[in-house]
Structures are given as structure tokens and as C-alpha cells.
Design a protein around this ligand. Structure first.
Ligand SMILES: Cc1cc2nc3c(=O)[nH]c(=O)nc-3n(C[C@H](O)[C@H](O)[C@H](O)COP(=O)(O)O)c2cc1C
Length: 206
């Protein structure tokens, strides 16, 4: 049963670009954000945050930063995922919150500290940003589970959005957005994808 539900969600998610003019309920947003909170992350650092924009003025202003994409202005809510760059400041605390012996804790600190401290700013952004996409997938699938439409928005000016949101860019930078709303129609477009044969290789000659 569970596997059928999961498959249905994967098949029914599509990039929705026509929304009804209707906000999301608090319960809907909570459900979606909870899915964004729980993905796996490297060293358990959860290097992401979520900024939720629901009011029409700010949605329109963000749409302008996103190449004037109409669905960004017309959705019910925008969730902007930021990539955290400040994990060096909290990683010890985060490790301490997990259940392990002092000895194990110290071992992990000794192992991770140089890895984290040797990253330059670009490497930190790359490391955090790739992980935000795990949260992104969860958010989009959670929206589908509620029969809501969603569309990933990568077409925007990151620097302009960082400025607009007044982010402290030493601590976080915008990564990717998801716009969510009530779908204007119930038609699910056909999925156009490569076949398994084209993308899966079981017979690599090594
Ligand atoms: C990283 C990324 C960035 C994207 N940026 C945009 C965007 O700026 N605007 C948009 O309308 N769709 C955007 N999309 C949605 C893709 O166009 C869409 O996922 C793809 O065409 C497959 O269609 P489907 O999502 O309906 O299955 C983006 C998707 C991804 C994964």
C-alpha cells in the first residue's frame, strides 16, 4: 500500500505554473515544512533554512527577481531555501545533542573539525547548497501528497534575492525556491523522461 502511495506521489508531482488565487492553510504549510525539516544531511549538519513568503506584495517583488515568472507572483506561498554557511559555528553543539559517549564525541570532533575548517567560502556554499536539494525534493513531494501544485524555481538572481531578503551572507545564501499553491486545473501533464535503459547501466565493464 505504502509503495503504491509513494509511486503515485512521484508520478503526480509536476511543475505547476497555473494557480488559483487562494492561500495555503497553516496545516498545509506545516505539513510541507515538516517534510523539509527531516532529510538526511552530511555529518547531520542540516545546512538549510526556509523563508516563507505569503503576502502578495512580496511575492510580486520576488517574481521580478525571478525573471518576472508569473507563477512566482501568483502562487499561494513561496518557500525559499537558503544554504547555511555557518555550520562551523554549530557543528560541535549539534554533535553533542546526539546520543554518544564522550570518547566517541571527541573522536568525531577531531575527525570533522579539520574537514569543516579547511573549506573555503565557495566549497562551503557548494557543500551546503547540494544538500538543500534533498529538502527541496521532500517539500515538492509533500505538496503533491496534499494535492497541491508546486514548481521549483532556480531561475532567479541569487545575489539580488540575498539582498532583498537582507541575508547575512556570511551565514546563509539563497539556494533554490519552491512555489506552491492550489492548482488551477486537475490535469497532470504526461511525464517526458529518458527510459531506464537510457540512464541505468547494470553491465559496466570495469
Ligand atoms: C534546479 C531546477 C530549477 C528549475 N527552475 C525553474 C524555473 O525557474 N522556472 C520554472 O518554471 N521551472 C523551473 N524548474 C522546473 C523544470 O522546468 C521541470 O522540473 C522540468 O521541466 C520537468 O518537468 P516536471 O517538473 O513537470 O516533471 C526547475 C527545476 C529544477 C530541478
Amino acid at each position: 500500500m505504502q509503495k503504491e502511495i509513494f509511486k503515485k506521489i512521484l508520478q503526480e508531482r509536476f511543475s505547476c505554473r497555473e494557480f488559483q488565487e487562494k492561500p495555503l492553510s497553516k496545516e498545509e504549510l506545516d505539513y510541507i515544512l515538516e517534510a523539509g525539516r527531516v532529510p538526511p544531511s552530511s555529518l547531520g549538519l542540516e545546512p538549510w533554512k526556509f523563508i516563507v513568503i505569503e503576502d502578495s506584495k512580496h511575492k510580486k517583488e520576488i517574481a521580478k527577481i525571478a525573471n518576472s515568472q508569473r507563477h512566482v507572483a501568483e502562487c499561494g506561498a513561496i518557500i525559499i531555501i537558503t544554504a547555511r554557511l555557518d555550520f562551523g559555528e554549530y557543528f560541535i553543539k549539534k554533535l553533542q545533542s546526539r546520543n554518544m559517549s564522550q570518547e566517541e564525541l571527541q573522536k568525531r570532533i577531531n575527525l570533522y573539525k579539520p574537514f569543516i575548517e579547511n573549506m573555503n567560502a565557495t566549497q562551503k556554499l557548494h557543500y551546503a547548497r547540494e544538500q538543500t536539494f534533498l529538502a527541496l525534493g521532500n517539500l515538492a513531494n509533500a505538496a503533491t501528497a496534499l494535492n497541491l501544485g508546486s514548481c521549483i524555481i532556480g531561475g532567479f538572481d541569487n545575489e539580488a534575492l540575498d539582498n532583498y531578503l537582507k541575508l547575512d551572507v556570511t551565514k546563509e545564501k539563497t539556494s533554490i525556491m519552491l512555489v506552491i499553491g492550489h492548482k488551477a486545473t486537475n490535469v497532470i501533464p504526461q511525464k517526458i523522461r529518458f527510459s531506464k535503459e537510457e540512464i541505468v547501466d547494470f553491465s559496466k565493464n570495469l
